[in-house]
Design a protein around this ligand. Structure first.
Ligand SMILES: CC(C)(COP(=O)(O)OP(=O)(O)OC[C@H]1O[C@@H](n2cnc3c(N)ncnc32)[C@H](O)[C@@H]1OP(=O)(O)O)[C@@H](O)C(=O)NCCC(=O)NCCS
Length: 266
């Protein structure tokens, strides 16, 4: 077995075994070129042929592991585990302390693999789809941390399917980019949302963090629907730990956010 960076010529043979990964298909064809260009896509090679892949994203403190795929003919032979361990050692060399990955709650084989490698469940997140709609709402784009600090009730938020720590410096960056919106009720912050445009699906807006009172969160959701309408988005993906309800919300899937503390690199 060789684990190496993916090459352009791997695309056709790899996509050939990714036709029916999940019930709904797969998304790797939509991210392949961007992962390849970033040089973060790894391939497992056996007898000269690519039989598996995995991508990583390195941020300040963590490595994010995603897109693990092994050709069905080569499963249960330790290839995915070897890929994960390779990415972890790369992260340790670069002094990252944490590894995270997201696994659908129904993907028992992948959850079993993650647990066998020392990952534990950190949190569960729901994916909802929300349809764009013309609606009247008023929210404030946050300009200062003090405007919403008391509404941050989680250590993490999601951005283009990567979960990142919501520390002070991240929040300041998000404020700078104008991605944090606050719903005010009775002159008090009642809802907060952090949004982005999906890197994976063009024309999809994402709300990667939502918190507040029921009505405060409702205002944020209506704001997103209206924004989606104005931008002619296909849909809005809402990722949240909250159980939400409403006629325009379609609850799609539950995900397990898995975490592992990485030891020091020797
Ligand atoms: C999940 C996946 C990447 C695992 O790849 P793999 O190379 O077969 O995994 P490994 O051989 O390293 O398995 C490691 C451990 O995971 C668990 N595991 C993996 N596949 C399993 C299965 N089908 N049933 C039960 N346990 C399984 C076992 O504990 C296994 O150890 P063991 O074989 O010694 O019992 C592969 O099945 C795959 O490509 N699935 C489709 C895509 C997917 O779900 N990707 C993950 C998205 S987060």
């Amino acid at each position: 077995m060789i684990i190496r960076k993916a090459k352009p010529e791997d695309k056709i043979p790899v996509l050939a075994f990714l036709q029916n990964t999940f019930r709904w298909g797969d998304y790797i064809d939509r991210v392949w070129d961007s992962w390849l260009a970033k040089k973060t896509l790894l391939t497992v090679e056996e007898n000269g042929a690519p039989i598996g892949i995995g991508n990583f994203r390195l941020s300040k403190h963590q490595i994010w592991i995603e897109g693990l795929r092994i050709n069905p003919k080569f499963r249960r032979k330790g290839y995915a585990s070897a890929l994960v361990l390779k990415m972890e050692s790369l992260a340790k060399r670069k002094h990252r302390k944490i590894s995270r990955m997201l696994i659908a709650s129904g993907n028992s084989k992948s959850l079993k693999m993650a647990k066998s490698l020392g990952y534990t469940l950190e949190d569960k997140w729901w994916l909802y789809n929300l349809m764009p709609k013309k609606l009247d709402t008023t929210v404030h784009t946050a300009t200062k941390l003090e405007q919403f600090e008391n509404l941050i009730g989680s250590d993490l938020y999601s951005k283009s399917w990567e979960w990142l720590p919501l520390d002070k410096s991240e929040l300041l960056q998000l404020v700078k980019k104008g991605c944090i919106v606050v719903a005010m009720q009775n002159k008090k912050p009642a809802g907060i949302g952090i949004w982005n445009e999906s890197d994976i699906d063009r024309g999809v807006l994402q709300l990667g963090y939502l918190n507040g009172t029921k009505s405060g969160m409702g205002v944020i959701l209506r704001y997103m629907q209206n924004k989606g309408f104005a931008l002619k988005s296909k849909r809005i993906q809402v990722l949240t730990q909250k159980i939400l309800g409403g006629p325009d919300l379609d609850r799609r899937m539950l995900f397990c956010l898995m975490k592992k503390e990485l030891g020091a690199y020797h």
